[in-house]
Design a protein around this ligand. Structure first.
Ligand code: C2E
Ligand code: CA
Ligand code: CA
Ligand code: CA
Length: 276
């Protein structure tokens, strides 16, 4: 294909067309998936470092496609965002996650990921209120995860919406911390309760290179110094946990503790908890 600009142009045109077709077919399938109940939520616990207690669970979207099999959220969420389907899909996630959390003890939180696109819908705040009311759970049990990049795009609007949600008592978490471009003033301005340190730094804590280990540790310390609750994502080893504990990270989440699991398994895990 490296035969100069003209040659590659002729080569890529049918390829682009093929990609467009594939996207259209995925988009069609996604619309029917919502109607046919092919989406499912899995739940991954986050754990208090000092006590070892589970603080709550993060809802993560799964799509069981009849022919394609399991489609990863990394593959379908960007397309759902482009097509606007993330708005009804995100509403379904909020409703379902809150209803599931209603079955758990009151001290467990439910964390839900929000797409930046959902902030452009005037329905977001009413939908959150409806999800809480339908499930009958207290607003402080709901934690909404928002990425830095989401906020930076339209920070005025997002700020106003986050302030409304926060006033309801809903907790706000800054997701994927360290991967965006937040300035200090930005971090001080937004009403965050929690900072989630991105997995890329957590995995570097026990990485091969001295320099990247130092940088990762500096990111952890910076997050902790903001004075919010900190959660380290993607903790896979005991060594990572030990470093995070030494640096006073508050909560941890990752395969070292549990992968995301089905709702029924959460009920089991809760049943296995030592009685208070
Ligand atoms: P995220 O919010 O950063 O979620 C963490 C991802 O890391 C999840 O991938 C989780 O399964 C995975 N993970 C957790 N622990 C470990 C670990 O120890 N090691 C490794 N290697 N991975 C770990 P998942 O479920 O594939 O989700 C990917 C992304 O898709 C999420 O990243 C989030 O941005 C998005 N997403 C998932 N569900 C939703 C949703 O309901 N709404 C929206 N808007 N986005 C969602
Ligand atoms: Ca998240
Ligand atoms: Ca994350
Ligand atoms: Ca991530």
């Amino acid at each position: 294909a490296k035969s100069g600009a003209r040659g590659s142009f002729r080569f890529f045109e049918p390829e682009l067309d093929r990609q467009l077709q594939a996207r259209r077919s995925l988009e069609r399938d996604m619309r029917s998936a919502l109607a046919h109940g092919e989406f499912e939520l899995h739940y991954q616990p986050f754990i208090h470092v000092v006590s070892g207690e589970t603080c709550g669970f993060e809802a993560l979207l799964r799509w069981n496609h009849p022919e394609r099999g399991r489609v990863s959220p990394a593959d379908f969420i960007p397309l759902a965002e482009e097509t606007g389907l993330i708005v009804p899909l995100g509403e379904w996630v909020l409703m379902t996650a809150c209803a599931e959390a209603a079955k758990w003890p009151d001290d467990l939180k439910i964390a839900v990921n929000l797409s930046p696109v959902q902030f452009r819908s005037p329905e977001l705040v009413p939908v959150v209120m409806r999800a809480l009311a339908n499930a009958g759970i207290a607003s402080h049990r709901l934690e909404l995860e928002v990425t830095e990049t989401a906020i930076i795009h339209d920070s005025e609007t997002v700020f106003a919406v986050l302030a409304q949600l926060h006033a309801l008592g809903v907790r706000i978490a800054l997701d994927d911390f360290g991967t965006g471009y937040s300035s200090l003033s930005f971090l001080q301005k937004f009403p965050f309760d929690k900072v989630k340190i991105d997995r890329s730094f957590v995995s570097e804590l026990s990485g091969a290179s001295d320099e990247s280990r130092r940088i990762a540790r500096a990111v952890v310390r910076f997050a902790v110094s903001l004075g919010k609750t900190t959660t380290a994502e993607g903790v896979e080893t005991r060594e990572q946990l030990d470093i995070l504990r030494a640096d006073a990270c508050v909560e941890v989440q990752g395969f070292h503790f549990s992968p995301p699991v089905q709702g029924a398994r959460v009920a089991q895990m809760i049943g296995e908890r030592a009685p208070a």
